[in-house]
Write a protein that binds this ligand. Structure first.
Ligand code: ATP
Ligand code: MG
Length: 551
């Protein structure tokens, strides 16, 4: 057996050497025209021997920038076919985690038939070899599908079959669609840049469960519907098909809940963009391009994510620091490391929102949430960038009624009036109201207990707010008095120094405050002169003395 193998290899070697030799002779001695002629016939012969055509569908288009829609459609189409055909399958959970979708594994081939034509699909991947050893998947893995069919069916395949596959794939996707919540995590292993990872998006919030003024909700819904149906309109006015929302308000007023309600209303995916993990503007742009259509890109707490307001000044400061840093290499290194964290700038973010690149893809909603709208750079939130500003405010009676319906299944109750009055006087967030309305048992009386608890909490909050307000006013008064005192002393010092500067008579020892002994002596003199004693006269003397100061 070993002998046979050895012989086989030596025969193969000598055959290869002979072929190379013949090929070299052929290139050297045959004229180029004859070579072309022979190649042409060679190709025909090979076509005759192997008459199959291969079409490759890569996962990414445009230098790995954007995920190919064809790839996704084929993936869906084949997942449907492969569950019956392929031997090695991958499983994925979709649609409310209720069903499993099977798709063929890599290096697996399945057959398909279309109008009596047989064809073969295979899933492949190639990896560019790196020297580094890593447990994580390689960053430059290339995935693609290959379609193989006979040359004589070229027309049918490239014409009708492929469009049939795309259409079917999209229909299957719409049917199976489990919406996803993407987040940009830090790169793993040899992936130094951040990438989108996703989980199923299963937030139950809807506009019906959102405690907010009904009129406001109707307006937002209308705005969203107009946007999602506005493909032609946006094309007509020459604007990228996207819309920006700014949600602002105190913590616990439902900004994040509103994002979830929007996604559920429009059936969009959500991309939760964490700006602090994005290294620079280039990476930000890449992340944006990778987002799919029909999605909401949300940047929570935008004022905390990035020092957008002070960034420009800070840069100038950093430059100054760099110049001064010369003598401290360790300090400089640690500062550099800090800086490496995120170099995303305001202009990078603006470009992300409405620059040239923002038009890659369409039907995207960008949402910023913040607790401090006043801290944001006006350039960031101007109309056109953030088209709609929505204030999420404290819970009032309208919003409370929604919460009472959702949490307790109560439409009306005698305690509602008191609660309504208290809510008008007290600022309590929907989150706090909701917390008080959470049922803790199945008891029928529990609903009323919750309402009573809420009244107690509101009264306590009201008392606290009043105390805070009183403290605040007292503090203000104290500060005001303090300031007035300081002002008087300052004025006196100023006037004295003015007199001393102009060389006027120095009456300073006579002006307020007169020392106790001075006052007594003067009073005595005054008494002996006028033979009368009373405090009023003492004051009069003081007044005269003060008055004389000015002359
Ligand atoms: N308007 C609301 N309608 C219904 N539930 C609400 C509302 N506001 C807050 N809640 C409840 O309070 C919780 C916190 O709300 P949410 O996270 O949306 O607040 P937020 O405004 O995003 O706060 P933060 O500014 O701290 O991020 C939610 O889980 C939700 O149950
Ligand atoms: Mg939030």
């Amino acid at each position: 057996m070993m002998m046979l193998k050895g012989e086989l290899w030596s025969n193969l070697g000598s055959t290869m050497a002979a072929i190379m030799f013949v090929y070299a002779m052929f290139r050297q001695y045959f004229p180029p025209q004859l070579q072309d002629y022979i190649f042409q016939y060679g190709k025909k012969l090979s076509n005759f021997m192997y008459p199959y055509i291969h079409i490759t569908f890569d996962e990414f288009t445009g230098e790995k920038i954007k995920k190919s829609e064809a790839f996704s459609a084929i993936q869906n189409y084949l997942s449907d076919k492969s569950s019956a055909n392929a031997k090695r399958l991958k499983a994925d959970v979709v649609k409310d985690s209720q069903s499993l979708v099977l798709s063929m594994d890599y290096n697996e081939e399945i057959t398909d038939e279309f109008n009596g034509v047989k064809l073969w699909w295979s899933a492949n991947r190639t990896t560019t070899k790196t020297q580094q050893f890593s447990f994580y998947p390689a960053a430059d893995e290339k995935r693609f599908y290959t379609l193989k069919f006979h040359n004589r069916h070229r027309e049918v395949i490239t014409g009708t079959y492929l469009s049939h596959v795309l259409k079917q794939g999209k229909a299957i996707a719409a049917n199976n669609q489990q919406r996803k919540l993407y987040s940009n995590g830090a790169g793993q292993g040899n992936r130094s840049s951040t990438t989108w990872t996703h989980v199923a998006f299963e937030h139950p919030a809807t506009f019906d469960t959102l405690a907010m003024d009904e009129k406001k909700i109707r307006e937002i819904k209308k705005d969203l519907v107009t946007f999602s149906n506005g493909k032609e309109y946006y094309a007509k006015i020459g604007k990228a098909w996207k819309r920006g929302y700014l949600l602002y308000g105190p913590p616990g007023t439902g900004k994040s809940t509103m994002v979830a309600a929007m996604a559920n209303f429009l059936n969009y995916d959500v991309y939760d963009l964490e700006l602090t993990t994005v290294k620079n503007n280039v990476e930000l742009r890449r992340l944006l391009i990778e987002t799919s259509n029909k999605s909401i890109i949300v940047i929570e707490d935008i004022d905390c994510s990035l020092d957008l307001t002070g960034q420009r000044e800070e840069k100038k400061k950093k430059k100054k620091d760099d110049k001064n840093e010369g003598g401290d290499p360790i300090g400089a290194m640690s500062k550099n490391e800090e800086r490496k964290e995120s170099e995303v700038t305001l202009s990078g973010l603006l470009n992300f929102i409405d620059g040239i690149w923002s038009a890659c893809g369409g039907e995207r909603i960008i949402v910023f949430t913040t607790n401090h709208v006043e801290k944001l750079d006006p350039a960031l939130i101007r109309r056109g960038r953030m088209d709609k500003h929505i204030e999420m405010s404290y819970c009032r009676f309208e919003a409370f009624k929604v919460l009472a319906k959702n949490y307790l299944d109560i439409d009306s109750h005698p305690l509602f009036e008191e609660i309504g009055n208290l809510l008008e006087e007290t600022d309590m967030t929907p989150a706090d109201v909701a917390e008080n309305l959470m049922l803790t048992s199945d008891d029928d009386e529990e609903g009323e207990t919750c309402l009573k608890n809420l009244i107690e909490a509101l009264k306590a909050a009201k008392g606290e707010a009043r105390k805070k307000a009183e403290d605040y006013h007292a503090r203000l008064e104290a500060e005001k008095e303090e300031k007035e005192k300081e002002q008087t002393v300052e004025d006196n010092v100023k006037t004295r120094s003015n007199f001393s500067q102009t060389g006027e008579r120095q009456w300073n020892h006579l002006v307020t405050p007169l020392s106790h002994i001075e006052t007594i002596i003067l009073c005595k003199i005054f008494k002996s002169v006028f033979k009368r004693r009373c405090f009023a006269r003492q004051r009069l003397l003081r007044l005269i003395l003060n008055y004389s100061y000015y002359f």
